[in-house]
Design a protein around this ligand. Sequence first.
Ligand code: ATP
Ligand code: MG
Length: 348
Amino acid sequence: MSKQILVLPGDGIGPEIMAEAVKVLELANEKYRLGFALSYDELGGAAVDKYGVPLADETLERARQADAILLGAVGGPKWDSIDPAIRPERGLLKIRSQLGLFGNLRPALLYPQLAAASSLKPEIVAGLDILIVRELTGGIYFGQPRESKVLDNGERMAYDTLPYSESEIRRIAKVGFDMARVRNKKLCSVDKANVLASSQLWRAVVEEVAKDYPDVELSHMYVDNAAMQLVRAPKQFDVIVTDNMFGDILSDEASMLTGSIGMLPSASLDADNKGMYEPCHGSAPDIAGKGIANPLATILSVSMLLRYSFAQVEAANAIEQAVSKVLDQGLRTGDIWSEGCRKVGTAE
Ligand code: ATP
Ligand code: MG
């Protein structure tokens, strides 16, 4: 039976970058005889417009049936003032949690051709190749109770909850160790165990999981220090494993070490490596519709899809090499452009 790939272009630059990524996916499909069947649906604002909700039940069902999902980006000013319960981002959080996509892989890799585009000095970032493993379906983004209210004295107050269970920590820690094992056997677990109870459990459980991975060198770091070390000496890291919010922040920070968020793919996996693949960036409403967005993050997400959901290593490597070749040729979208390069649009 053919493998089903569900494509969700989304909003803003989503459809523009997806059109290019799908060309690459179709080419790989043909050349490597992958037998993929592509189908399309909407998520986010586009789904609000079509179905009245950011993730329709029928779309969720299609996502459950699919073998992998390729997503563009969601959100935009058009939906900023709608009912918060049906904001585009809700659709994204819902599909992640409903499909149990708890393991978010965010590589931050500096292509040598783009050293000039990094926010840091070349000697600090040359050869940078980090993988951030972020817990994606737990922690403070989903924790209950959460509330905004007015106190008896008339003052407004609000709070969130940061829960993690042992099993949630264990399964993401395993992803971290497994990734470290196939890379450089070095894992740094990032938490705030000097302050947070959830982080103390995090650290204890990671230590327990480490017993099954004696070949991997484990270290722990507080998140504030990790934020500092990422810009001071990022090459000390290989694989970082961390919770939902810390991972959100650190991976955006790491993206700037590599030049542009327009270059960074991501994978979100469940326990069986079924995955959703998307660029790390958002829908970039400021450049939507202009044909200038960088499609490489989405094209590299196709490479991750082939690698992690289908173990098609040859095809995945070929796509990464093709991206490198394009950069060698001096072709650049605006976000990664530098002196002496030729500026091109999304489609080119
Ligand atoms: P989200 O909340 O969805 O993560 P965001 O507000 O963090 O969105 P992005 O949509 O990621 O923001 O955009 C941040 C900046 O990066 C914008 O200036 C945008 O134009 C730029 N940007 C994002 N993606 C790309 C891309 N693929 N190519 C070029 N520029 C991009
Ligand atoms: Mg963002």
